[in-house]
Write a protein that binds this ligand. Structure first.
Ligand code: UDX
Length: 437
């Protein structure tokens, strides 16, 4: 009898699953599959990461992940640098990074390397096996790169090796909940047999399964992220207009969002979207459109609005207090959003750049991301509390939606000049102005 964190006792391990790539998506995917009762092996080239996982120490911060590792590592979850587990597995999920190339297209080098390694070790396997792409990849990647590479390397035909594409929609900081309670599970495959095999792995999760083809599954990921990014840029543009008219964009978008065709989510106006996904995926989609001779006017505008938005908060600051040279400015929030130490594409970065160019003295505070930002901007003053950052400041910019910022009130009295501008609508104190409200 095998206990799970959710208290369910499982009698047997359900499937044997290998996960290639111990990064953010791979680690969360592997830990959650172990929680669902499967026997899971993580494969990663990084020995340090592998050792950390086997020591039950998550190499990245994600809420709830450490508990899952504590619970399952050594029981149903293990990590290794070798692909030995693959021939004995039912499924192998490829969760390697697909970072952007300089031109914005997706870099598939790790995807190709993983496909070669998987193909090589499947040479000796006799049982039916399905290779599942979970990384975000341009449409056609599974069909035109993964399938031929694995079959060529294994010397096998596709009646013993199946292929599928199963995108993830995990949000940083909420990834485990998103995995366990998804809105849908998308499974792209070339035949029902392969698709059904993947669906089996999600036993225990109640969500609709959308079965489709490989390229459509790949494109569903891009379309989902690009549309969410579009909602945000639309709300920001509405915010910029509403502010000029003295109308509260949050009231406006709440009204609009009550229309079921629009929906209430991802309409929070502010400094724009950041993170390792939205900017990367919208750029990759723009590149993809251009390669097929399409002019992605809308998608380009989504990026344009997003890139211009952070600058507005510094313009507003200058409009309120004039020249920033030598003035202490408190920046509350560095992470691209709350509940993560991740600063990738954070909107606070262009703001910091602007402030430094204007000669301001920055006092920064973030509950988790100070050390991440210190790697890029060592010269800023990093504070361990919001109060320290605010003390003697001529202005304050709020750049991340940390819930703890709701409680800041008397600390603002420590400022030399009580000018507060929100890039994220999070404060409950009076007298703050919004970047676009
Ligand atoms: C996103 C997608 O949500 C997820 O499904 C996908 O798998 C990966 O990319 P993530 O990057 O973790 O997840 O962040 P998300 O919570 O989506 O926020 C993205 C950015 O948009 C953040 O900078 C956030 O501050 C901003 N945002 C979000 C807004 O500005 N307004 C909103 O209403 C929502």
């Amino acid at each position: 009898m095998i206990p799970t964190i959710s208290g369910v006792f499982l009698t047997v391990s359900l499937m044997k699953i290998s996960v290639v790539g111990g990064g953010y998506v791979g680690l969360v995917t592997a830990a959650c599959f172990a929680e669902l009762g499967h026997e899971v092996s993580i494969i990663d080239r990084g020995a340090a990461k592998v050792n950390a996982i086997n020591a039950k120490k998550p190499p990245i911060y994600e809420e709830g992940l450490e508990e899952l590792l504590q619970h399952h590592v050594g029981m149903r979850l293990r990590a290794s640098t070798s692909y030995d587990s693959v021939p004995f597995s039912d499924l192998t999920f490829i969760c390697v990074g697909t970072p952007p190339n300089p031109d914005g297209s997706a870099d598939l080098s790790k995807m190709k390397a993983a496909s070669r390694s998987i193909g090589s070790v499947l040479k000796n396997s006799s049982n039916y096996h399905v290779v599942v792409v979970k990384s975000t990849v341009p449409p056609g990647t599974t069909e035109n790169i993964v399938v031929p590479t694995v079959l060529q390397k294994s010397g096998k035909s596709d009646d013993t090796i199946g292929f599928a594409m199963n995108p993830e929609f995990l949000r940083e900081g909420r990834a485990i909940a998103d995995f366990m309670h998804p809105d849908r599970i998308v499974i792209g495959s070339r035949n029902l047999r392969d698709g059904d095999r993947v669906a089996e792995a999600y036993k225990g999760i109640s969500a609709p399964i959308l079965s489709t083809g490989l390229p459509a599954a790949e494109m569903i990921k891009y379309a989902s992220n690009a549309f969410l990014a579009t909602k945000i840029s639309f709300s920001n543009e509405m915010g910029n207009i509403c502010k000029k008219l003295g109308i509260d964009v949050y009231e406006v978008m709440r009204g609009a969002g009550m229309d079921k065709r629009i929906g209430p989510y991802f309409l929070d106006a502010g400094a724009g979207f950041g993170g390792s996904c939205f900017p990367k995926d919208v750029h990759a989609l723009i590149k993809l459109a251009e390669t097929v001779g399409e002019d992605p006017i809308l998608l380009r505008s989504v990026i344009d609005v997003n890139e211009k938005q952070p600058g507005r908060i510094v313009q507003l600051l200058k409009a309120r207090i004039g020249d920033l040279k030598g003035k202490r400015i408190a920046v509350l929030g560095l992470a691209f959003k709350d509940n993560t130490d991740d600063i990738r594409e954070s909107r606070s970065i262009p703001v910091i750049e602007e402030l430094l160019k204007s000669g301001a003295v920055i006092a920064a505070y973030d509950p988790m991301a100070n050390s991440s930002m210190q790697k890029i901007y060592p010269s800023l003053t990093y504070c361990s509390t919001a109060a320290d950052a605010l003390r003697g400041a001529e202005g304050c910019l709020v750049m991340t939606e940390w819930p703890e910022f709701k409680n800041i009130e008397k600390e603002f009295d420590l400022m030399a000049n009580r000018l507060i501008i929100e890039g994220r609508r999070i404060l409950s104190c009076k007298g703050a102005e919004g970047i676009c409200w």
